[in-house]
Design a protein around this ligand. Structure first.
Ligand SMILES: Cc1cc2nc3c(=O)[nH]c(=O)nc-3n(C[C@H](O)[C@H](O)[C@H](O)COP(=O)(O)OP(=O)(O)OC[C@H]3O[C@@H](n4cnc5c(N)ncnc54)[C@H](O)[C@@H]3O)c2cc1C
Length: 155
């Protein structure tokens, strides 16, 4: 859960799925001794967050009673069993297959930093990739400067 919440803070757009085989996704382990010792009598007070709260607050897709059976690294998928429905399904954990390998990719973000990281990851996966250094911000400045230069030379 910590990783999922951290990822949400790093990326507002990411699609984040949390798979938990148990019935509770956020359980205060550190409160267990207090529960056993009687200081926390109500067991429900050990449940810190529900899937509904995590969906509303962090836009997390939390699936309790969904067990991960295997990780298929080459296919970048996890095999999951929905314990209640008794059904198995595969979940992809990236969409890199959708990118072309036969041409150079240009990665663009707001200021170039996320693009730089994305470009490194893509290069490690065998893609030919280039980052727009400075991102959209620099591109906008450059475009504006070009326009001003054009106006000045015309006038
Ligand atoms: C008694 C106790 C007291 C503690 N006190 C403290 C403390 O005071 N301070 C502190 O910092 N830490 C404390 N800890 C440690 C802290 O709880 C753990 O470090 C923390 O919970 C680890 O978080 P986690 O998400 O990595 O793992 P967990 O909280 O263990 O979560 C892992 C989850 O993965 C699920 N899971 C496992 N396999 C699968 C599968 N194949 N498919 C789907 N789901 C699966 C499990 O059901 C589990 O819910 C305490 C732990 C205990 C037990």
């Amino acid at each position: 859960m910590s990783a999922a919440c951290r990822l949400r803070r790093l990326d507002e757009q990411a699609s984040i799925v949390v798979l938990e085989r148990g019935p509770h996704v956020s359980f205060a382990n550190c409160g267990l001794p207090y529960h056993i010792g009687g200081a926390i009598r109500d067991r429900e007070r050990l449940l810190v967050a529900t899937p509904e709260l995590l969906a509303a607050r962090y836009a997390l897709d939390v699936r309790v009673e969904h067990e991960v059976l295997a990780i298929d690294r080459p296919a970048r998928q996890v095999l999951v069993r929905d314990l209640r429905a008794g059904k198995e399904y595969r979940l992809s954990y990236d969409r890199l297959d959708e990118l072309p390998h036969d041409r150079e990719l240009l990665v663009v973000c707001a200021v170039g930093q996320r693009g730089y990281v994305a470009c490194r990851i893509l290069s490690q996966r065998g893609f030919v990739c280039r980052n727009l250094s400075g991102g959209f911000a620099l591109l906008q400045l450059w475009t504006r400067a070009e326009r001003l230069r054009g106006d000045a030379s015309a006038g």
